[in-house]
Design a protein around this ligand. Sequence first.
Ligand code: ZN
Length: 344
Amino acid sequence: MSKALITSPLPWHREAWDAFHQQLRNGQISHSFLISAEAQSGKRLFATMLAQWLLCETPKHNQACGQCGACLLSDAGSNPDFIIVQPEEKSKIIKIDQIRELKQFIETSSHSFGKRIILLDSAENLNINAANALLKGLEEPPADVIFLLLSDRPKSVLATISSRCRALKLPKPTTEQSLQWLATQAPETASEEREFALDYAQGSPLKALNTLADESAERKKTLGNDLLKVMKGQEIVSKMVSRYYKNDALDVLNVLSYWLSVLVKFQISGNKDLVKGRTLQQAATLIPDQAFQAREFSCALLSLYENVCEAQTQVASVSNPNMQLLLEDLVLQLQHLFRQDTHD
Ligand SMILES: [Zn+2]
């Protein structure tokens, strides 16, 4: 993604963006918002754009101009009227010290005589003391301060906090929207690469874009198709594994565990909406007709899924397993499950 200031909302957020601005035009302004959406679906980008728009000196058509002094500062990540609070890397929790630092920000007046924005990411991770400290800010905010709280799990945000915020729930992108957007962001990639990247990112277009941009992950892009080939019996398992076991074994395991977790749910329920991304959709069509919703097949998928999870644990540990044998065994099990001619 370009590093330049993004001023236009993601396509799946466009409606929510316009609705938000309409509310503002109608005078329905609030000083605190709880913006919720699925993980990795772009809500932080939405909130950042909102902050940039609120700070912009000359906003145009509901968007930040990208050129004024405030926008240039925002772009450089150094706008003094915009502060981001998020869990510190290891703890995953927002601590009271971080909220105390906010106090100073709140008590200092705006540098540009405009608004000041506090973006608090992962509001569900406020510990109780931090939440209590934040409450005071939410109860009596200075007129120019706007709180943008973000959460993947809004129901886990303490009620004392969420009840003081206006809720804004953002939709998740459809597979079509994600693929169309990826095509505009990474036009030099092949469509099947984008489809697989979306699978690998478990349906998150932003994560998928990172995968596509990661040149060292070239093999990851072909992994989906290679797995499909062995599932169809079009490639010998040992040959396929020989390309991956040295450097990309964990990728194979990660994709397998994701695919199997989705496929088992689909095989039991028949709900096609669960299957995101075309590579995985193709894999779903390989479930033998007679196996669909058959208990025995569900058990076999689950058992393979457990084996893959166990292998992931082994790889993460220091036990130094023989990756070639481990992968061959798992991919063979996969092939045996899906090749129709291997079922009697
Ligand atoms: Zn501007």
